[in-house]
Design a protein around this ligand. Structure first.
Ligand SMILES: Nc1ncnc2c1ncn2[C@@H]1O[C@H](COP(=O)(O)OP(=O)(O)OP(=O)(O)O)[C@@H](O)[C@H]1O
Length: 286
C-alpha cells in the first residue's frame, strides 16, 4: 500500500487494515481492523495470549504483520518512528544517563536542529509536568519504580508523538503509585490533546482513561469482538469513578466479556461477521 492521504477523514490518525500475524503452527490473529481518531484514547483489553503486545509492537514498528498494513496519517508505516512513542512496562531508560539526559536525548533526536539549551529547557519542562524537577539529575538506579515510569512518560510526551503507545505501563507498580500515575497520564493526555493507544488488564484503568475499549476474544485467531464506547464524562477520578452514573453497567459489560464471552466467542466468527465493523456497544446507556 502507498500513501493514501486523507483516507478515513481528517479525524482518523491510525488505521489498522486487515492485519494478520502468524507464527509456525499459530495464527495469533487475522483480518484485524480498527482505527484510532485524533485526540482519542483507545484501550485494548483481552486475556493473556490474544495478541495485544503483538498488535502494539506492530503499531510501534517493532514487528511486521504477515498480511495487511498500518496507516498513520494516511501513510503506511515502515519501522519505528518518534511519531509513535512507546511507554514500556519496564521503563527502558538508559541507566548511565540522568533523568534529564534521558528525556533530553529523545528531544534532541526529535528536533535535531535545536541547540543544547533549547533541548534541556524542553526536557526540564517535560520533567516538571510529571513532578520530577527535583530528581532531574538523578540516574535511574536512584529513582523509585514510579519515578522511573514518570521519566518514561515525560520522555514519550516530550517528543509530541502523533500516537502515544502504552503496554501495561503501570502493571509493575504498587496500587497507590499506579492510581496516581493513571490520573496523571489522564490529565497530561487530555491537556495535550494526545492520541493514545494502551494495552491493559485492569478494567478500571480502561474505564478511567479510554474513550473506546476494544474487547478481544481469546486466541488463537483472536478478533476484536466488540467496541465499547465509554461515555462517562471527563474529568474522571479514580476515587469517584464508581459513583458515576453509567459506571456499573460499563464495568459489568466488560467483566462479563472477560469472564464468559471472550471464550464463547473465540474461534471461528459467526455467520455474516464483518471484521471491519465489530458491534459498537454503549453499556452506560443500556
Ligand atoms: N516470536 C514469537 N514466536 C512464536 N510465538 C510468539 C512469538 N511472539 C508471540 N508469540 C505468541 O503469540 C501469541 C500472542 O502473544 P502476545 O504477547 O501478543 O499476547 P498478549 O495478549 O500480549 O499476552 P499477555 O497479556 O500475556 O502479554 C502468544 O500465544 C505468544 O506465545
Amino acid at each position: 500500500m502507498n500513501a493514501m492521504p486523507g483516507m478515513g477523514g481528517a479525524a482518523r490518525i491510525v488505521s489498522i487494515e486487515g492485519i494478520a500475524r502468524r507464527f509456525p503452527g499459530l495464527t495469533v490473529f487475522q483480518d484485524l481492523w480498527f482505527h484510532v481518531d485524533r485526540g482519542e484514547f483507545v484501550c485494548l483489553v483481552g486475556h493473556s495470549g490474544c495478541g495485544k503486545t503483538t498488535i502494539l509492537n506492530i503499531l510501534a514498528g517493532l514487528d511486521v504483520p504477515d498480511e495487511g498494513g498500518v496507516l498513520v496519517d494516511g501513510r503506511e508505516i515502515s519501522g519505528p518512528s518518534l511519531d509513535r512513542a512507546v511507554i514500556f512496562q519496564g521503563h527502558a531508560l538508559m541507566p548511565w544517563l540522568s533523568a534529564l539526559e534521558n528525556v533530553a536525548f529523545a528531544v534532541s533526536c526529535r528536533n535535531p536542529g535545536w541547540d543544547k539549551a533549547r533541548v534541556r529547557d524542553a526536557a526540564r519542562a517535560a520533567l516538571a509536568r510529571v513532578g520530577l524537577t527535583q530528581a532531574a539529575e538523578r540516574k535511574p538506579a536512584q529513582l523509585s519504580g514510579g519515578m522511573k515510569q514518570r521519566v518514561g512518560i515525560a520522555r514519550a510526551l516530550a517528543v509530541e508523538p502523533k500516537l502515544l503507545l502504552m503496554d501495561e505501563p503501570f502493571s509493575a507498580l504498587d496500587a497507590l503509585t499506579r492510581g496516581t500515575l493513571q490520573e496523571e497520564v489522564s490529565r497530561l493526555v487530555t491537556e495535550a490533546g494526545q492520541t493514545a493507544f494502551m494495552i491493559t488488564h485492569d478494567v478500571d484503568e480502561a474505564i478511567l482513561l479510554a474513550d473506546r475499549i476494544l474487547l478481544m476474544t481469546n486466541g488463537p485467531e483472536a478478533r476484536v469482538a466488540e467496541v465499547v464506547q465509554n461515555t462517562l464524562p471527563r474529568p474522571r477520578a479514580r476515587a469517584n469513578l464508581h459513583h458515576m452514573p453509567g459506571y456499573h453497567p460499563l464495568r459489568d459489560h466488560i467483566m462479563d466479556f472477560l469472564i464468559t464471552r471472550s471464550r464463547t466467542l473465540a474461534g471461528k466468527p459467526p455467520e455474516g461477521w464483518d471484521s471491519r465493523r465489530p458491534p459498537v456497544v454503549v453499556p452506560a446507556e443500556a
